[in-house]
Design a protein around this ligand. Structure first.
Ligand code: ADP
Ligand code: MG
Length: 251
């Protein structure tokens, strides 16, 4: 399988994890499975947004795990693949892979290497990859998550948010992603939408401020469990349809 990968980027707190989790739910509900949800933010909370128990993370894997004796009859690649599969949390229609924080010295190199290796090794098993990134473009600039098929920049509608989105867009271009289709996701908008913003990628989605997201947050319920007709869910479903269209056009 050749998966269609979507990298969700943006400033901290704009709604990357929220949007990512609603997209996973929509794709699963549309039967575009299996989906791999990748939590590439060391401050892992994608599982919470999806309502999944935290499992093992790549960051907690020790280097020795790959150098110890490999079971007889198994190649090194098979063994590594097996170890990566053990980190996955398997859900109905999707799996979640969590990078997490490296233990000990705090060096991210090994965790980043593991993220890169695991995504490369496992992605072929999935139809869609939804990658929830940390703020900034760390994984894009290091090439950890490869070149996505679609780059989403999540922003809130304020002037500062939009300026940051423009900077992220510029950075993505300077990192060689000029040919990657890029779309802006306006999250938490409250007013009339405008859709011509010079210097920014085309707006792909307008996700309204949704009290049911806040309620879920306050009550500690997974955001991906909001009502089927909640405004943010409806908007995320429309975005997932555009993503499915992009994926189908690519084939
Ligand atoms: N459309 C929305 N309506 C209401 N609250 C939202 C919406 N999107 C995100 N939030 C809230 O904003 C905060 C940050 O969202 P989050 O997805 O964690 O951002 P990020 O992953 O970009 O840091 C969370 O408390 C979340 O519940
Ligand atoms: Mg987040």
């Amino acid at each position: 399988m050749n998966p269609f990968s979507v990298a969700v980027t943006g400033k901290g707190g704009t709604g990357k994890t929220t949007v990512s989790s609603l997209l996973v739910r929509s794709l699963v509900e549309c039967g575009r499975t299996p989906v791999l949800a990748v939590d590439a933010d060391p401050n892992a909370n994608f599982h919470e947004a999806l309502g999944v128990q935290p499992g093992e993370t790549l960051g907690s894997m020790r280097e020795e795990a790959f150098t110890r004796s490999i079971p007889p009859g198994m190649s090194r690649t098979q063994y590594i693949r097996l170890r990566f599969r053990q980190v996955l949390s398997e859900q109905e229609g999707y799996d979640i892979l969590t990078m997490g924080r490296p233990e000990g010295s705090g060096c991210y190199c090994f965790a980043n290497d593991l993220l890169q290796a695991s995504v490369r090794l496992l992605e072929k098993d999935y139809r869609f990859l939804i990658i929830d990134n940390e703020a900034g473009m760390e994984h894009i600039s290091r090439g950890t998550i490869g070149i996505p098929d679609l780059l989403l920049i999540v922003t809130t509608p304020g002037v500062r948010g939009i300026r940051t989105a423009a900077r992220i867009h510029e950075l993505a271009q300077s990192l060689g992603l000029q040919s990657v289709p890029t779309g802006l996701v306006f999250n938490r908008y409250k007013e009339e939408k405008t859709d011509m913003i010079p210097g920014l990628p085309r707006p792909l989605a307008w996700i309204p401020e949704d009290p049911s997201i806040e309620d879920a947050d306050v009550q500690g319920r997974p955001v991906a469990g909001i009502g089927h007709s909640s405004p943010a869910m409806v908007a995320a479903r429309a975005l997932s349809k555009k993503i499915i269209d992009c994926a189908e056009k690519r084939q």
